[in-house]
Design a protein around this ligand. Structure first.
Ligand code: ADP
Length: 261
C-alpha cells in the first residue's frame, strides 16, 4: 500500500532526525535546569524573582519530558515478538488503566470465548493500549466509557484486496473504543502522522498513534480507525494469530505444583 509505505518512510526519517535533535536538546535543557537550580538559591526573599525562576523551571521540566518522549520514539526499542495471551494481558492491564483514566471514565472489558494467542511484543502492546485509552479519555472531557474488546477475527481476501498492507488470515482483534467526540475526516486522515496533534497548550505530542501504528506494522498486523462525530472512535488492532504455545503458561503449570497452600 503506497500510503503505508510513505507512512513508514516518514516515520523512519522522522525517527533519525528527532533522535539526534532530542539528544542535543536534552543536554541544553539540563544546563538551563542546573543554572535555574543555582539561581533559586540566590533569589532570597524576592518573591517576584522566585516566581519567575519557578515558572522557568516548570517550562524547562516540560521541555525535558517532551524530549524524553521524542527519544523513546526515535529509539523505538527492537520488538521481541513472542506468543502472547492477549486476553490475559488486557485483563492484567485494567487496574493500571483505571488509575491512569480517573473516575469519570468507565472501563469495560469484553473477551470472546477461546481467544487466540498473537505473536507480538507484550510490552509494546501494553503501551499501545494505554496510549489508545488515554486518547479515549481525552476525547471524553465529560466522562464516558472506554471499552476494550478482544476477539478472534479472520481477514479475508476481499478485505485484503481493499487494504493492500493486509495479509489475509487469522488475527487477534483488540478493539479500543470510546463514547467521545469522534474525529472529523481530516483529523482521521492525519491521525497516524508523527507530530500531528489537535491538543493545544503542549498537551499533545502527536506521537501516540504513530507509535501504535509502527508497533502494529512491525508485528505484521493491521490497524484501522472507525470514528463518527459525536458518537465515538474505535481503533482496531489486528495482531497475527500464532499456534505456538505461550511460554509463561508452561512455567505457570510448573509453579502450580509447588503452590502456596
Ligand atoms: P496526541 O494524543 O499527543 O495528540 P496521537 O498521535 O495519539 O497524539 O493522536 C493524534 C490526534 O488524533 C489527537 O490529537 C486527536 O485529535 C486525534 N485522536 C486520537 N485518538 C482519538 C480519539 N479516541 N477520539 C478522538 N480523536 C482522537
Amino acid at each position: 500500500d503506497e500510503a503505508a509505505l510513505r507512512q513508514g518512510q516518514k516515520m523512519e526519517a522522522t525517527g533519525q532526525l528527532t533522535g539526534g535533535m532530542a539528544h542535543d536538546f536534552n543536554n541544553i535543557l539540563q544546563v538551563i535546569r542546573a543554572n535555574l537550580d543555582l539561581l533559586k538559591g540566590e533569589v532570597g526573599d524576592n518573591a517576584a524573582m522566585a516566581s519567575r525562576v519557578q515558572s522557568a523551571t516548570a517550562a524547562a521540566d516540560r521541555g525535558a519530558r517532551l524530549t524524553q518522549q521524542l527519544l523513546a520514539f526515535a529509539r523505538r526499542q527492537p520488538l521481541t515478538p513472542q506468543p502472547t495471551n492477549v486476553a490475559r494481558l488486557v485483563g492484567d492491564l485494567t487496574d493500571l488503566m483505571r488509575h491512569s483514566l480517573g473516575e469519570r471514565i468507565a472501563i469495560e472489558l469484553r473477551v470472546a470465548d477461546d481467544p487466540w494467542n498473537a505473536k507480538i511484543d507484550a510490552g509494546q502492546l501494553e503501551n499501545a493500549i494505554l496510549n489508545l485509552s488515554i486518547n479515549a479519555r481525552d476525547a471524553m472531557p465529560d466522562g464516558g466509557t472506554v471499552r476494550v474488546e478482544v476477539s478472534n477475527a479472520t481477514l479475508d481476501r476481499r478485505y485484503a484486496a481493499l487494504h493492500r498492507d493486509v495479509t489475509p488470515g487469522p488475527y487477534v482483534l483488540v478493539d479500543v473504543s470510546d463514547t467521545g467526540t469522534g474525529m472529523p475526516p481530516e483529523v482521521a486522515a492525519q491521525a497516524f502522522d508523527p507530530f500531528f496533534t489537535t491538543k493545544g497548550d503542549g498537551k499533545g505530542t502527536g506521537l501516540g498513534l504513530s507509535m501504535v501504528y509502527g508497533f502494529v506494522r512491525q508485528s505484521n498486523g493491521h490497524i484501522r480507525i472507525d470514528s463518527a462525530i459525536g458518537q465515538g472512535t474505535s481503533v482496531k488492532l489486528y495482531l497475527p494469530k500464532t499456534e505456538d504455545p505461550v511460554a509463561e503458561e508452561r512455567s505457570d503449570q510448573g509453579s502450580a505444583v509447588s503452590g502456596t497452600e
